[in-house]
Design a protein around this ligand. Sequence first.
Ligand code: GDP
Ligand code: IMO
Ligand code: MG
Length: 424
Amino acid sequence: MNIVIVGTQWGDEGKGKIIDLLSGKVDYIVRYQGGSNAGHTVILNGREFIFHLIPSGILHKGKVCCIGNGVVVDPVVLFKEIHDLKNAGIKVDQARLKISSRAHVIFPYHKILDQLREKKKTYRIGTTGRGIGPCYADKINRCGIRIADLLNPYVFKEKLKDNLKEKNEVFRKVYGHPGFSFNKIYTQYLNYARLISKYVCNTSLLLNQAIRKNKDILFEGAQGTFLDIDFGSYPFVTSSSATAGGACTGTGVSPLKIDKVIGVAKAYTTRVGEGPFPTEFSDSFSRYIRNKGSEFGATTGRPRRCGWFDCIMVKEAILINGISELAIMKLDVLDGLKKIKICIGYKYKNKVFRNFPEDPEVLRKAKPVYQELPGWKEDISKIRQYRDLPPSAKDYLLRLKDLLKTKISMVSVGSSREETIFLD
Ligand code: GDP
Ligand code: IMO
Ligand code: MG
């Protein structure tokens, strides 16, 4: 089976845990979009690993992890991650890590531009400052530098020179920044080229050959449906295709080869950065859930905004991605609440929207319409069978399943592998 894992909300749904859980059953795990803006957490034997670029399946021996052409690669982050894994006793060699020669490279000017643009803006996006937007902009502008370019010193020199000629002028004139030295970047990145070359290959060919040999692939989505450049709450989104379609364009694997899409959803909703959030809690309740669920960004450490589960959003995610089953995460965080709300519509100007609105103004001003359910008092983190869950927790899951008209195949009640309930 070739399975795509996607976030159904605004990222941080718990994709890392699900990827790690399913990695044992596949041969390849591949990241297809985004870059080091992602922070995917895996807990193994009580130890926390946060992956920004390396696929979350790397902790499983013998599995091949790929960074596809759709990813933007920051070599600084990549080599830190490889180094940290080695220190933790995890072998990362060229047999286990494959990087697409077509992936674009993040340079210091991308990161600084990302940060300077945010500072200058009236309406900030609240980006991670990792250079993601500027790097994808260069890709679309056809001036980006790919891994393959990096490996050819002559081509790299010409492309970097060309880029800096234009970019340094913008840095100076628009942002009052001194710009970047060609020599410094060239020397530093030639060194990265030397280190990266052993991992580089045509990952599209590699994956398609694997499929021909009936190997199984897990496609690891980063971010989430509502951070997708097309289907997200634009402009408060990231710059890549975080939805299932991105798995094909970001790896060169045909849609005909994808067997299943699994959606990952938190039992409530969170968001980092700016942008509309109809079901957002009051400040004090947000603080309570944030502390209970440790809702702080895995990449930037920023506090995550928290709110009720939003069926309008997740229904849209199911539609856009073709999700046939869901993993509901962090149900344990809702323990001890008297009441739990589920958003089933948006009210705007006396009209109730039952589908996700295309108009950002509606999303910004809409008042959520809620269904209310009783909560449960028990600590559910030790429960491993669906039948042992408190009746109100079962009712909550059943209600979600009915409203979303989609099967729930996994329920997560804690961050480790074992803290998972599998449903038939
Ligand atoms: P990702 O970006 O989708 O991989 O998610 P993150 O790793 O950014 O955030 C999810 C956080 O929730 C991580 O700290 C996980 O360890 C944690 N987590 C995952 N599943 C559960 C769960 O069921 N219960 C609790 N309490 N924490 C969880
Ligand atoms: P994972 O893969 C949550 C958010 C940022 C910001 C917006 C644009 O861990 O779920 P960017 O730096 O991408 O230009 O920022 O997107 N964002 C994320 N939020 N989880 C992520 O990744 C995110 N990656 C980007 O906070 O609002
Ligand atoms: Mg994350």
